[in-house]
Design a protein around this ligand. Structure first.
Ligand SMILES: [Zn+2]
Length: 273
């Protein structure tokens, strides 16, 4: 079952644009009271902003923040009403997932990420769809930094708490490497002998030793390797999971060294981080 779940998750993080469109076609047509429902989602988002010290945007609020260099976002999928219009019946559940993920971090993380690289800290942008420059690929999450915010784009109704943890790690690593460019120079020595990353987001995972990687997708590149390990820190069975993967645990130790020296926190694979 666990294996099946991790397979499902691996499949979920990168999926084809066609799959997204097929899913979108089945969305029900909005028939509720829009203004009231939208206000409810915004009020909920405002509460989360205050509680965690982050910024949250959704729907067309995200458009101006899109990083169009490598990714574009869409506020509307052709053939479906806009996210802004369907906020009432499902952005609240998007926000619940985000809350569930954020409450697992010590509050110091959110203040430490308001730093000299991005003084306003984390900004979560829940958009309709994230499209990268390969038209065959959509994505559940995308992390970037614009010098003001750490922007984490999340695709509406596609992400789960682990996708949030994955993108949060990318942003923390962004800061770590900005401060200490050599922070992960030792990383290759933590991989099995002769191992090489595929350096491709669409092709990875052939013939790898699973005791060194959290899941297949981690073999696509070093930063994805670390982001998938950061997800595993939040598995409910993490203690037993990490015990079975000594290679991954060593990598987590290296990540913790970097975390402690920059953000003053560490991931504990035995208890709540
Ligand atoms: Zn990633």
């Amino acid at each position: 079952m666990k294996k099946l779940l991790s397979l499902l998750f691996a499949f979920q993080i990168l999926f084809t644009a066609e799959a997204v469109l097929a899913e979108a076609a089945e969305e029900p047509v909005f028939s509720g009271v829009l203004a009231e429902e939208t206000a409810e989602a915004r009020t909920y988002a405002d509460k989360l902003q205050e509680r965690f010290g982050v910024t949250i945007l959704f729907g067309s609020e995200c458009l101006n923040a899109a990083d169009t260099v490598s990714f574009a976002i869409e506020a509307e999928i052709p053939g479906r009403i806009t996210l802004q219009d369907i906020l009432g019946f499902n952005t609240v559940s998007d926000l619940e997932i985000l809350e569930k993920a954020l409450e697992q971090y010590p509050p110091e993380v959110f203040s430490a990420m308001k730093n000299e690289q991005a003084p306003n800290g984390f900004r979560f942008l829940i958009c309709d769809r994230i499209v990268n420059n390969d038209p065959e690929q959509g994505s559940v999450g995308y992390a970037s930094c614009d010098g003001t915010y750490y922007n984490i784009f999340l695709a509406h109704s596609s992400y789960d708490p682990f996708a949030v943890h994955h993108e949060i790690w990318h942003e923390m690593e962004n800061y770590i490497c900005w401060k200490y460019p050599g922070a992960f120079l030792i990383w290759d020595s933590l991989n099995p002998e002769n191992f090489e990353y595929s350096n491709s987001y669409s092709s990875y995972g052939s013939g790898y030793d699973p005791s060194f990687f959290a899941r297949e997708y981690g073999t696509s590149g070093a930063s994805e390797d670390r982001a998938t390990i950061a997800e595993a820190v939040f598995y409910s069975n993490r203690e037993e999971w990490f015990s079975r993967r000594p290679g991954v645990r060593k990598k987590l130790e290296a990540m913790n060294l970097a975390l402690i020296s920059t953000l003053g926190i560490q991931f504990n694979w035995k208890n709540n981080p």
